[in-house]
Write a protein that binds this ligand. Structure first.
Ligand code: MG
Length: 387
């Protein structure tokens, strides 16, 4: 298989979108625009390496955007896009790939299928670009008046990633230095390289204007995936003690709960529900009982760990609902503190946190006051694209 490197061009200063950072670092669905395409290439099995070309002033922004992804170090770009691409290509010369995919950071919606189409055409052609036929009628105008209707036959809108044989496009860029060409296919054409068209993708838009940005944001928001999961736990009362912990709140009680940590049965059920939303196993997998680090540990730590795992996947907690099942202690007097505590730990509003209590009418182990049970439900939203 040919070895392919993706070069993501992100050295522009574009602030037409507003905001105080260049547009490729503006956040879309909670992550910088640049990260979406870096992550897509990094996850593609046929792309061996990924390198971004950045503005030297943006190193901190880049490091944040690329955190956790396995990428080549970025290289500094030049004054114009064409210079940046050439410098990016030159940076690969020491270990030249067979193919290179050149992509604009402002197109965050590239799909695996689109990358596949470009790579597949490179098997047979020196260059390949995704493109869409022009559908609208084209008018030539001046001073707000139509002067002519142009023939749109054979006209296409070019997108990225544009793929080339590496040695060919490097030579073409060296030869085209100083000319102002708007994409790499134009550089290839100047050098006489044949460039094939493959089907572009309507969703692979270039984010340029504030309305592009808004449309992209609402598209991603609509595509977020809602997930729910449940958790359940039980702890028995132990003889003696003067308090127990429930949802992080200390409640005076003549019996404590038995357990390796602080035995906060309700936080354990909630932690399991959160872990369930991302299919990350259960609390025992992450915090094995018997590990001296968790002896007497506040169960808040387990909850924070689960919330961090969700955040690392780009997920957001929408709602949690906990039911505590016991005859004693009475939960009502402590409910407001419990809700406030969960809001504080998870950064949620009080309308996103539900705490309920019930008895079992004297039936079963909770009815006999042998212990407390808790069940929880968590609902989260996951991003449409991988983080
Ligand atoms: Mg437990």
């Amino acid at each position: 298989m040919a070895r392919c490197v993706a070069l993501v061009v992100a050295a522009g200063r574009g602030t037409r979108l507003g905001g105080d950072v260049p547009k490729q670092y503006r956040e879309l669905d909670g992550r910088p625009i640049l990260r979406h395409s870096l992550a897509a290439f990094a996850a593609h099995p046929a792309v061996a390496r990924v390198r971004a070309v950045i503005h030297p002033d943006d190193r901190d922004l880049y490091d944040k955007a690329a955190a956790g992804l396995s990428l080549l170090d970025p290289v500094p770009g030049g004054a114009a896009r064409q210079d940046s691409v050439r410098l990016g290509l030159e940076s690969l010369a020491g270990d030249p790939p067979d193919w290179v995919l050149i992509h604009d950071a402002a197109r965050p919606f590239l799909s695996n299928a689109l990358i596949d189409r470009v790579l597949s055409a490179l098997e047979r052609h020196p260059g390949a670009i995704p493109a869409l036929p022009v559908q609208d009628t084209l008018k030539k105008a001046a001073g707000g008046q139509v002067q002519a209707t142009l023939d749109r036959t054979g006209l296409y809108r070019a997108q990225t990633p544009q793929g080339f044989r590496y040695n060919d496009i490097l030579a073409a860029h060296r030869a085209a230095q100083g000319q102002e060409l708007t994409d790499d296919a134009a550089v290839a054409e100047k050098a006489g390289l044949a460039v094939a068209l493959v089907g572009g993708d309507d969703i692979n838009v270039k984010i340029t204007t504030p309305s592009d940005f808004e449309r992209a944001g609402s598209r991603l928001a609509q595509a977020r995936q809602v997930r729910t999961a449940s958790g359940f736990d039980t702890h028995r009362f132990k003889p003696g003690g003067d308090h127990l912990m429930l949802l992080g709140v200390r409640i005076p009680h003549e019996q404590g709960l038995d357990g390796y940590s602080d035995a906060d049965v309700a936080l354990h059920a909630l932690t399991d529900a959160l872990l369930g939303t991302i299919a990350a196993g259960d609390i025992g997998l992450h915090f094995p009982p018997g590990d001296p680090r968790w002896k007497g540990a506040p169960s808040e730590r387990f909850l924070i760990h689960a919330a961090n795992l969700i955040a690392a996947k780009g997920g957001r907690i929408s709602h949690i609902d906990v039911t505590i099942i016991c005859e004693k202690p009475k939960i009502g007097p402590h409910r407001a503190r419990m809700i406030a505590k969960l809001c504080e730990i998870l950064g949620l509003g009080s309308d996103q946190v539900s705490v309920k209590a019930t008895t079992t009418e004297g039936l079963g182990f909770t009815g006999r006051k042998e212990g407390i049970a808790a069940q929880a439900m968590a609902t989260i939203e996951m991003p449409a694209l991988s983080p």
